[in-house]
Design a protein. Structure first.
Ligand code: ZN
Lengths: 134, 379
């Protein structure tokens, strides 16, 4: 069964194009400098429409998670973590943590993580995260 | 809203509760509505306002043959009914309608005439949460909790204890789905759902419904039941995606809704005799007690462990057994309201003696929304 994938909209296209091209793109307000996620055409902090897309560091920390013991059909048969990372730039983002066991012992809050793009189709790569050196 | 200007004059749940495979969703709405109308001594032709969530108020009105001058289809998840009460109070005060019916019905377990739980892949949740394997609420509502636990030193035992204390209340309620006592060990040995959440930390999945009828306080005295007055109300909404909560250790919507309700009611925490906090999962009473201001951040676990919310405690909480033990069809807020009304009427299975003020506090979606109603039985 094929994994459930996102369907980009005009407002989010830059983000998914970035993932496809190996770059984690966030948006920043050029009036108040606020960085935000998920994508939209204006700043949620000050409502300015003067916003820019930029390449983020792709780094953050593991902020919170659960380990789903009843896997969704398209996610395989083993338990997996549904995680939120807090990016160095500020926003939180849901993701999966790859490259480490899906256990409470391996998944320690506040551990540094970095993005790893996993290609799903020609159009869509998902921004997953793996443990990183701090 | 104006304090005590509006009252609940009809309140009832569906005739049956739990597993009802022979009634569809809209049939559950209607069964609850008919029971509430009987409770109030009213017919559909006496109702001039309707409110519901899950189905449209159009479906509800036409199914019951009501031709209303007021319709509210606010649908923000399980606390929608708190918002309906709030809006109904304002509408009655503004003269939009005189007698408003609020209904809930859900075939959570049997799924008769029920829709699915999908999200469009182009929605924000469809793009930024669904791809990572979230399923039903147990894998979403729980996502912020490890951060809360780390911040305040809350343990799995603390989460389990919430379920244990509520089961004690459920044992007093003949209509509760689960009545047998459980221990912290029982909870921690129940099947793993989404670590750190085990089955007994998660709500039931059942069929059922409930309905309320509100009218102005001056008319309320002419009804057969003891009026239950709306003293204060609050509501707020926060985020459609749990990963985008403003603060993983606190619900901003809870704080805004709760403060508004307390301010409107003109009460302090010490005035509250009885409390309902929507408990789809064991962490919600902890967040609720803190965000409503009954406990300081991180102290709700101790408050519950010290048995303040248990039978005989100073703040009886979730006295019907809650979503963890009483019932949970999907949008549980209606059952929290029903228990508050019963406590104010003096007819609850686990009646709190001399209770004068009760609060029903709801959550919608995965920390998406909130509604708070302060009731009193004193005019
Ligand atoms: Zn800005």
């Amino acid at each position: 069964m094929a994994r459930i994938l996102p369907e980009p909209t005009p407002e989010t296209r830059h983000f998914w194009d970035g993932c496809r091209d190996g770059e984690l793109r966030l948006q920043r307000c050029t009036d108040c400098n606020h960085t935000y996620f998920p994508p939209r055409a204006f700043c949620p902090s000050c409502a300015s429409r003067k916003v820019e897309v930029y390449a983020a560091s792709g780094r953050g920390v593991l902020w919170s998670y659960v380990i789903n013991h009843r896997p969704r059909q398209d996610m395989g048969t083993e338990p997996y973590a549904i995680a939120v990372v807090k990016l160095d730039e500020g926003p939180t983002m849901m993701t999966n943590i790859v490259g480490c066991p899906q256990t409470p012992e391996a998944l320690v809050l506040d551990m540094p993580v970095k993005v790893r793009f996993e290609k799903q189709t020609d159009d869509i790569s998902l921004p997953l995260f793996e443990p990183a050196q701090s | 809203m104006k304090q005590n200007s509006v009252a609940v004059v009809g309140a009832a749940e569906t005739t049956k509760m739990g597993k009802i495979p022979d009634v569809s969703v809209i049939g559950l709405h209607a069964d609850a509505a008919l029971n509430a109308m009987a409770d109030a001594g009213l017919k559909p032709s006496d109702i001039d306002g309707v409110a519901t969530a899950g189905i449209s108020p159009v479906e509800l009105a036409h199914y019951l043959g009501i031709k209303p001058t007021y319709a509210d289809g606010t649908s923000v998840g399980g606390c929608s009914f708190m918002l309906h009460v709030r809006h109904a109070a304002a509408a009655i005060n503004a003269g939009l309608a005189k007698t408003i019916l609020i209904t809930h019905g859900e075939s959570g377990r049997s799924r008769v005439g029920a829709g699915g739980f999908g999200r469009a892949p182009s929605s924000l949740m469809g793009q930024f949460e669904m791809p990572y394997g979230v399923t039903s609420p147990p894998t979403m509502f729980t996502v912020p909790v490890l951060r809360y636990m780390k911040t305040y030193g809350v343990t799995e035992e603390d989460l389990a204890n919430v379920a244990v204390v509520q089961r004690e209340w459920a044992a007093l309620n003949p209509r509760a789905s689960f009545k047998d006592p459980i221990t912290v060990d029982d909870v921690l040995n129940s099947p793993m759902i989404a670590w750190p959440f085990r089955m007994l930390m998660c709500c039931l999945v059942t069929d059922g419904g409930g309905a309320l009828i509100l009218t102005s306080a001056d008319r309320a005295r002419d009804f057969p039941q003891k009026p239950v007055y709306v003293l204060g109300t609050g509501e707020s909404v926060e985020t459609p995606m749990v990963s985008q909560m403003y603060d993983f250790t606190s619900s901003t919507a809870f704080k805004i809704s709760g403060k508004k309700a307390f301010d409107e009611a003109g009460i302090t925490h010490a005035d509250v005799d009885h409390l309902m906090i929507y408990d789809a999962f064991a962490h919600l009473p902890l967040y609720g007690l803190e965000d409503l201001g009954f406990c300081k951040p991180g102290e709700a676990k101790d408050f519950i462990r010290e048995r303040n919310t248990a039978i005989g405690g100073k703040l009886p909480l979730n006295t019907n057994g809650g979503g963890l033990s009483y019932m949970h069809s999907g949008m549980y807020g209606m059952y929290a309201l029903q228990e508050s009304v019963r406590q104010m009427r003096g007819t609850a299975a686990a009646q709190v003696k001399d209770a004068r003020i009760s609060i029903a506090h709801g959550v919608g979606g995965m920390f998406a929304a909130s509604g708070t109603i302060v009731f009193t039985n004193r005019s």
